[in-house]
Write a protein that binds this ligand. Structure first.
Ligand SMILES: [Zn+2]
Length: 138
C-alpha cells in the first residue's frame, strides 16, 4: 500500500492508501464525490527530490496506521532509501551525534558528543555578541 493525496470535486483534500498505482481512486470520505490524485508535493517543480527527510517520517503508532503491515513496510523502505542516500551524500544526513546538553547556554547550539564544551560556549557567546552589539558595547 502506498499513500497518495487526493482532492474531490468539492475541494476536500485527503490522503488514502492504494494497493497499487493502477487501483481506482477512492470516493471522498467527507462528501462521497469522485476524487482524483494530486501530484506529490515532493515532485512539484521538476527538481531532483532527496525524498523524505528523517524529520518527516512518522514517529507514532497512529502515523503508521496503528501498525498496519503495509504502511510499516512502506516507511521501512522509505527509511532504507534515505539511509542509502545519506551514505552516498553524508552532507544530507546532518549532525547525528547524540545531544548531551540543549538548555541554557546550549539552547541555540546544542552540545553534541565529541564537542569541546568550552569551544561551543565561546562560539555561542561570540554569536550573541554579534547579534546584540548595543549591549556588548558597554
Ligand atoms: Zn468531498
Amino acid at each position: 500500500m502506498v499513500l497518495h493525496d487526493f482532492v474531490c470535486g468539492t475541494g476536500h483534500r485527503f490522503e488514502a492508501g492504494l494497493a497499487s498505482m493502477a487501483a481506482a481512486d477512492p470516493a471522498c470520505p467527507v462528501c462521497g464525490a469522485a476524487s482524483r490524485r494530486r501530484p506529490s508535493r515532493l515532485n512539484i517543480g521538476g527538481r531532483a527530490s532527496t525524498g523524505v527527510a528523517r524529520e518527516q517520517m512518522p514517529r507514532s503508532w497512529e502515523a503508521v496506521g496503528r501498525g498496519d503491515r503495509d504502511t510499516v513496510a512502506h516507511w521501512h523502505r522509505v527509511a532504507a532509501d534515505r539511509e542509502r542516500l545519506e551514505e552516498k551524500h553524508p552532507e544530507l544526513a546532518g549532525d547525528r551525534r547524540p545531544v548531551l546538553a540543549h538548555e541554557g547556554v546550549f539552547a541555540s547550539r546544542p552540545l553534541r558528543a565529541g564537542d569541546d564544551p568550552a569551544a561551543v560556549v565561546a562560539s555561542v557567546k561570540a554569536a550573541e555578541a554579534a547579534t546584540a552589539p548595543a549591549r556588548a558595547a558597554s
